[in-house]
Design a protein around this ligand. Sequence first.
Ligand code: NIG
Ligand code: FE
Length: 419
Amino acid sequence: MWPCWREKKEKEWGWAVDGDGKIEAVGLDSEIDAALQGCTFDHVIDASGQCVIPGLVDAHTHPVWEGDRVHEFAMKLAGATYMEVHAKGGGIHYTVDCVRRASLDQLYTSLDRRLTAMLTTGTTVVEAKSGYGLDLENETKMLRAIERAKREHAMTISSTYCGAHAIPKLVHFMRFGIDPDYIELISMEYHRKHGRGCNSRRGKCPDPALRELCATGELSIDNIDVFCEKGVFDTDASRRILSTGKDAGWKLNFHGDELFPMNSGELAGELGAHAVSHLENVSVAGIEAMATANTVAVLLPTTAYILRLQHPPARQMIERGVAVALGSDFNPNAYCMSMPLVMHLACVNLHLTMSEALAAATINAAASLGLSESHGSLEIGKNGDMVIINSARWEHLVYQLGCHNQLIKYVIKEGKIVH
Ligand code: NIG
Ligand code: FE
């Protein structure tokens, strides 16, 4: 045991973190002294009169991309819907064009900058998706950028393969709508047919080449995602893609019931998904299925706000016993990296209490990624990720709209001050 530092707070509660970055003791100063008798501390933070909360967990982001979409924001403000912009070749398609032109280094540089910005707002764990490549080469490029960040950046990252984020534009327009062969493309059968080394059984894996890279340790994919939406991937297609992802050992964590009811909640229950995001149009049966299957609902209040959508029925979910988590949904459509702002919107628009918003942005978000044993709360043995708030009440972080800069004194990641 080698405690490297200790912090104190009001009423002399404290946390001690050991040399491995794990929490060694939690409790009153006197209890910590008793538990860690004879230990020396490398660093002691006096947080008297301040608050300490667990590091925030952002359960849903698309942080790898080039080219912003500020021009589309203007179109949407003028009345265009998300799907109207998408159908005209904008939206995800626009970002795919930019990502395909970008080098891995370019993508990594902007990802690294964004992760650092997220850390400054208190986020210490983030889910990060691919999904702007839509072919093997470019999805792999995105996943390699995420992998490099996993190894080099202080942020803990849960990586998600989202090759089923949209139907690639060429296919989409050539076939005038949904391509009946699109699952084949996403399952990378397309590449197999074209002799690119994917020789696994038809439809068995969303991407045999990616699976191979995981086997050699070059990549580590944690989750698989699909945009289960009218005009994108319908429920049956989503089922096929998610099922093959499950075969690959990836956790199911997908976009569902956002713009139209798609029975995504029911699908999550049927497949035993870890999490479903959005859920603005989830059905009562879908909520029921998620509750039974312990699927976490990842709610994204920035997206509903920006697109002026109806809000997801958060209270109904909570009342039915579904664990509700929060994500920023950071992407070129919803340009928000701040979980404190997301928590604020969740309270005002989704009717969460501030305590529920804190649980949703910490332990429940960690659970949506299968990380609740190691992250999301201040408990002995868990990672020493925390945020010290320069106020006697942590609620100020939610109440003071957009003021995290003044309120966050330190962000601690595995026992080290990172901001
Ligand atoms: O979660 N809905 C699909 N995916 C993203 C948006 C991605 C984009 O528009 O670039 C979302 O909101
Ligand atoms: Fe998303």
